[in-house]
Design a protein around this ligand. Structure first.
Ligand SMILES: [Zn+2]
Length: 111
């Protein structure tokens, strides 16, 4: 993605999402991300990010499954939160189902 101010181009992971409600409520279809170079906020359309979000969700899904299979549950709540955050606006059904699956696994491991 590309900074709208200084033109810096870099992978999405370098552009930190600004979750300030000032932005999220003012522009629901947009995402605000800060440029790693000039630190200014750029606006990106959620629709443009949709495919990338889906890919990232799939990766997270695999990471969580691996963690559960390996019995390493420490990272799971963190990954689960990331998944829910990414699914916000996408509202993909399988993600909701998967989150419920994680919850049942986590409950079992605690009890
Ligand atoms: Zn910039």
């Amino acid at each position: 993605m590309r900074c709208q101010h200084c033109g810096y181009e870099g992978p999405r992971s370098e552009f930190k999402r600004d979750m300030d409600p000032v932005y999220t409520s003012a522009s629901p279809g947009m995402r605000v991300r800060a440029c790693p170079r000039c630190n200014q906020n750029s606006f990106f359309s959620r629709m443009d990010e949709r495919d990338e979000d889906e890919e990232e969700l799939k990766v997270l899904c695999l990471q969580i499954q691996d963690a559960i299979n390996a019995g390493e549950l420490k990272e799971v709540p963190h990954l689960r939160r990331k998944m829910i955050e990414l699914n916000e606006g996408l509202d993909m059904e399988w993600v909701g189902k998967f989150v419920r699956f994680i919850d049942s696994k986590m409950r079992k491991s605690q009890g």
